[in-house]
Design a protein around this ligand. Structure first.
Ligand code: ARG
Length: 488
């Protein structure tokens, strides 16, 4: 019944043409076929798929499962397919559901039925897991490189702006002045932790699942270690059921990306605030801003806004995949095909941002006049007076109350604390009745006095800068040792 030879042409079209065709009497409904297909998105795994198949094939030759002649034919076909994929000539066929079946079918078109031997000892379940591992490893390498680039720009800007003092905020209220470089370096360290996290995640992506078969291993004499060596994996999965069920490494990537975009979004928020007319601390370059189609005066920080907005989808992708997995029984379930789009979308999103941000930051101008004006015209140095009194034996709580009254008085007089005369200061405390007091209130003095390690004093920030350089150097070396760059 299933033998096409005996059927008229129009009947043939309706019969199963799938790899599982033997078991089925009728073809898949067209809408169902489109619904099930992952090809529109898993095409991205094409090179990984071919690379994994080559390693599998070489291992099958080595273990005698395939004869050298058969193996050579298959490898030759795979090389041609890799070429077609690279040059965009590969004829994708949606009815073949996914990238794995597309490659296999193409192989058989090229070398005939011997191509069907490639899948010996393998299932799409361990095949897709392998592709995903190769892909995630490559993505981490790329993201890490981009993060290193952004860190380098932050270091460069921090070095350049050591002399600039800006208001520091808590609750978005002026709190204490800081060196601008200090503020920038805070982001450097966030990115440093992001890199550490991605490198940690790499170790879990660096596991080789092939040989797990559908779920229980294989009756063929497979050499899983050989496949792992060829593809430069650090280790293999110890449990075949775990190997085909696990997408923790994808989830970890998405979690690392979620934290990363949270940092990028906070930086974006500051760029948006600082470039507003109310702050006017910076001006984003024309190359990275847009105008309004209606209001000619406007220059909009669209890019930072969009970065802030894209945090939503990157968080969403993590949540989507966590939700997919929460109730899945072992081992492979079709639900798991939903791992791809969130991963691809997050990769694209964060890499796009990381490609833009270094130049966006480098081209941003500081509005030094406005910054100076802001720093010198506020109350953000009065904590220095309280610290000064405390350093001279007055309990800090009392000192705080004394300075609080002074602030109240200055506000009532419509003056800045630095504008109060000695005779105005004297009643608050004899220690303040000194020519020193206005000195203490200077932002330069306030900044310079915060000498504690990791503080904002110029010397402390310079030391921090060199620690940051060394930390970056160390993580660059760690990445270099860890990463397999062969397939980039
Ligand atoms: N397209 C599938 C996926 O991405 C490949 C694995 C299919 N395995 C299966 N047993 N249907 O998950």
């Amino acid at each position: 019944m299933n033998d096409r030879k005996y059927l008229p042409d129009e009947e043939k079209d309706r019969l199963p043409d799938k790899p599982w065709g033997g078991r089925f009497d009728a073809s898949l409904d067209k809408k169902a076929e489109a619904f099930l297909a992952s090809l529109p998105f898993d095409q991205r795994l094409a090179q990984e798929d071919v690379r994994g198949s080559m390693a599998h094939c070489r291992m099958l030759i080595k273990t005698g499962v395939l004869s050298p002649g058969e193996g050579e034919l298959i490898l030759g076909g795979l090389v041609e397919i890799a070429g077609e994929l690279a040059s965009g000539r590969f004829p994708f066929d949606l009815s073949l559901e996914d990238i794995h079946m597309n490659v296999e079918k193409r192989l058989m078109e090229k070398i005939g039925s011997v191509g069907g031997k490639l899948h010996t000892g393998r299932s799409r379940n361990d095949q897709v897991a392998l592709d995903m591992h190769l892909y995630v490893r490559k993505q981490i390498i790329e993201v890490d490189g981009l993060l290193a680039g952004l860190q380098a720009v932050l270091l460069e800007l921090a070095k350049k702006h050591l002399g600039v003092i800006i208001p520091g905020y808590t609750h978005l209220q002026r709190a204490q002045p800081v060196i601008f470089s200090h503020h920038l370096l805070a982001y450097f360290w966030m990115l440093q932790r992001d890199r550490e996290r991605f490198l940690d995640a790499y170790r879990r992506a660096d596991l080789m699942p092939l040989g797990a078969g559908a779920l229980s291993g294989s009756s063929f004499p497979l050499d899983r270690e050989a496949v792992a060596r060829e593809l430069h994996f650090a280790a293999i999965y110890e449990n075949s059921m775990d190997a085909v069920s696990d997408r923790d490494f994808v989830l970890e990537f998405l979690a690392c990306a979620a934290l990363l975009i949270m940092h990028l979004s906070r930086l974006s928020e500051e760029l948006i605030l600082w470039s507003s007319q109310e702050f006017s601390f910076i001006e984003l370059s024309d190359a990275f801003t847009t105008g309004s189609s209606m209001m000619p005066q406007k220059k909009n920080p669209d890019i930072p806004e969009l970065v802030r907005g894209k945090a939503g989808r990157v968080y969403g992708n993590l949540l989507a995949l966590l939700t997919v997995f929460k109730g899945l029984p072992l081992t492979y379930n079709k639900d798991m095909q939903e791992d791809k789009e969130p991963l691809f979308d997050t990769c694209d999103t964060i890499k796009n941002i990381l490609e833009i941000y270094p130049s966006l930051l480098e081209s941003t101008k500081l509005n030094l006049k406005q910054i100076k004006q802001a720093v010198q015209h506020d109350f953000s140095t009065v904590t220095e007076l309280a610290d000064y009194l405390a350093a001279n034996g007055i309990p800090f709580r009392e000192a705080h109350a004394i300075v609080g009254q002074l602030v109240r008085y200055a506000l009532d007089q419509g003056k800045l604390p630095a504008e109060l005369t000695r005779s105005e200061l004297a009643p608050f405390h004899p220690l303040l009745d000194s020519d020193m007091t206005p000195q203490l209130l200077r932002p330069q003095h306030a900044v310079a006095s915060h000498r504690s390690r990791g503080g904002t004093a110029p010397q402390a920030v310079k030391e921090q800068l060199s620690r940051a350089r060394r930390a970056m150097h160390r993580i660059n070396l760690r990445a270099e040792k860890l990463f397999c760059r062969e397939f980039l």
